[in-house]
Design a protein around this ligand. Structure first.
Ligand code: ADP
Ligand code: MG
Length: 635
């Protein structure tokens, strides 16, 4: 079903507005950045934004930046060249660090690729003596890309863009992406997920409802997304992937092969093994990358490689290359399999497979995938431009005021920590965004004037087992008896997946809120681990939660008795008072130490029974006071 176009007042496209300014779509990739513009309602084209090594215009701008000593950036192919001569001045794959914090320094898979620093609690990168944030570095890429694109646009540009991000990007990474665009002078109309953009480029939003699989094999990352399209709306059903698997690994595998071949050539003629310098290796990798790309269209390559200033001759056939990379391609299939089984979907249920990423040009990838799914993937749109093209179509839809709703799902549940450390889910996993959901809470103690609000993400039953996102306090609640105040906590997730949480006390209207910027990112592997552990621990977690709930019940009963004793202990004989105090300490001990919730529940029940007489006496007293001085007729 096609989308219904809604014109907002003042936004109706009229003929004289045809030449209005254009919004562009940007794929800010780990390896390459691409910019596209819509050329019709359902077609977009990538713009030439760089000049490659052969001095030809190219639509791909390598996401690589070199800095001079003063911090002046040089972006794209010239920076890629400097990788060979001045590697310490060059930074690549900065996307991997977007939204990461200083806390992550040790956890980032640091293959000495980055020179990381912690400064003012922020994660920074050192390049050629300059200390920069990932946001700044990304902004230099965006600025270069946008400036080059604007020189080719006939119509006006006003900086409006749609930028794509991986489906698994968390709030922190999304916010970081938006900030880098702002720093580059761009205005982000919306962030959309890369697989969704690819699906839009293929016009799948106007095709049959059903499941689509987006297979994205780029330079350094592999992402699979399972999308469900219904009534023109996409939902990300499941995601999977590997952050350290991509075309670069093909280059590495091929380089290893040549190195081994070189060593055995030397052994054959009785020569000593050579020492391979890191410069040799870097040069070799850029050569194997070129060979790999050549073999996508040719059956064989004859090359001369340079080791220690000696040239060595090699021949590689496409078949041999396939054999070398087969285990890597196999890995991507295993991940596809995992995503399907996570979503409990059979291969045959997939309507189309969409190819994204330069590495899907490798013929073996296509062959293997076709065999696995029993159908050929869609690949007629250039796989390294398809994401930017989808973003451009979305940018056009947004500026034309057409209500092309793009919907995504939140990957993990969002909730709050409540009494006893229990996690109360407010927005369940897989809810469509944008969304607003609220729940009411109340105070636990008499006279409580503040409430601490702890926002957590994850599926486990106890707050500490989930990921802490933010904590804030709602203060200024008027003192009331426990349970009398009404505090409404609202979770709002915007179309970009950014969460804000607010709490309002309904009597006074006092309010507190936070925009959640989690201090560290979650990648798809961590996310899968979190989901897996929630499934594995589901039963234990439920037991822990029920136990915590029983303890909260016991505490509530104890607090109620405390309050009654403080007000009306004169209604008790000394013996009764002593026995109630004894009851109290027994229940307190039990609730603190017992691991058996049935035992606690039984104790609470018996506590209630044994204190009932006191409650009755207090009620009688209250009635008596109320009736005092009144005639029978008044009652
Ligand atoms: P990213 O999304 O990570 O920015 P891309 O989608 O631009 O990356 O993919 C870059 C990768 O695609 C590189 O590893 C590059 O070598 C590879 N690639 C590009 N063209 C070809 C080709 N013709 N054959 C094989 N691999 C290719
Ligand atoms: Mg990509």
């Amino acid at each position: 079903m096609a989308l219904i176009q809604i014109h907002e007042p003042g936004k109706t496209p009229t003929p004289h507005e045809q030449n209005e300014t254009k919004a562009l779509g940007i794929d800010l990739g780990t390896t390459n950045t691409v910019i596209a513009t819509a050329i019709s309602e359902d077609k977009a084209k990538a713009l030439a934004i760089s000049v490659n090594a052969l001095r030809e215009p190219s639509n791909l701008l390598p996401s690589v930046v070199a800095y001079d000593e003063k911090g002046n950036p040089l972006v794209g192919h010239p920076a890629t060249h400097m990788l060979k001569t001045r590697p310490h001045a060059v930074i690549s794959s900065i996307k991997r660090l977007m939204g990461k914090s200083a806390k992550d320094i040790s956890t980032i898979n640091n293959q000495s690729q980055y020179n990381l620093r912690e400064e003012d609690n922020n994660l920074k990168v050192e390049v050629n003596g300059n200390i920069l944030t990932p946001i700044e570095i990304s902004s230099h890429i965006l600025k270069e890309a946008y400036t080059s694109a604007s020189s080719q646009m006939v119509g006006g540009l006003n900086g409006d863009v749609v930028i794509t991000v991986p489906a698994y990007f968390d709030e922190a990474s999304r916010i970081a992406t938006k900030q880098s665009a702002k720093l580059a002078g761009l205005n982000v109309l919306r962030l959309i997920n890369e697989p969704t953009a690819a699906a839009l480029a293929y016009g799948l939003d106007s095709k049959a409802e059903g499941l689509y699989l987006v297979y994205d094999l780029g330079g350094g990352t592999f992402d699979v997304s399972l999308l469900y399209m219904e009534k023109g709306i996409f939902q990300v059903k499941a995601t999977g992937g590997n952050n350290t698997l991509g075309g670069d690994d093909f280059d590495h595998a091929l380089a290893r092969y040549f190195l081994e071949e070189r060593q055995s050539q030397l052994a054959e003629i009785g020569k000593d093994q050579e020492n391979i310098t890191s410069d040799d290796l870097k040069k070799l990798l850029s050569t194997t990358k070129a060979i790999k790309e050549y073999l996508s269209d040719n059956a064989q390559a004859n090359i001369k490689l340079e080791f220690n200033n000696n040239l060595s001759k090699h021949v590689i056939t496409k078949d041999k290359f396939n054999e070398i990379i087969a285990p890597l391609v196999e890995k991507t299939l295993e991940i596809c399999d995992q995503v399907l089984s996570d979503a409990q979907v059979d291969e045959s249920a997939i309507k189309e497979i969409i190819f994204v990423g330069g590495s899907t040009r490798v013929p073996l990838v296509k062959e293997q995938l076709s065999e696995f799914f029993g159908k050929a993937p869609l690949s007629n749109i250039n796989p390294d431009e398809v994401v930017a093209c989808g973003a451009a179509l979305q940018a056009q839809a947004l500026t034309n005021g057409s209500n092309n709703v793009l919907m995504d799902l939140i990957p993990l549940s969002l909730g709050l920590e409540t009494m006893g450390g229990i996690c109360e889910k407010i927005v369940p996993r897989n809810t469509n965004i944008p969304v607003t959901m609220a729940q009411e809470f109340t105070t636990y103690e008499d006279g409580q004037t503040a409430m601490s609000i702890h926002v957590v993400q994850g599926e486990r039953e106890m707050a500490t087992q989930n990921r802490s996102l933010a904590q804030f306090t709602l203060s200024g609640i008027p003192p009331m008896v426990a349970g009398a105040s009404r505090i409404r906590v609202t979770f709002h997730i915007d179309a970009d997946g950014i969460l804000s949480v607010s709490a309002t006390e309904s009597l006074t209207g006092i309010q507190a809120q936070v925009e959640v910027k989690p201090s560290y990112g979650l990648d798809e592997i961590q996310m899968a681990t979190m989901l897996k552990s929630s499934q594995e621990n589901a039963q234990d977690d439920m037991i822990t939660r029920l136990l915590a709930e029983s303890k909260v019940e016991a505490m509530r009963a104890l607090l109620a008795l405390d309050k009654a004793l403080a007000e009306d202990s004169q209604l008790l004989t000394p013996d009764e008072l002593q026995s109630l105090n004894h009851l109290k300490s027994t229940l307190k001990d039990l609730s603190e130490n017992s691991k058996d919730r049935t035992e606690i529940n039984t104790a609470v029940k018996s506590f209630d029974d044994k204190t009932k007489f006191f409650a009755q006496r207090r009620m009688d007293k209250a009635m008596h006071t109320a009736l005092e001085g009144k005639k029978v007729d008044d009652v």
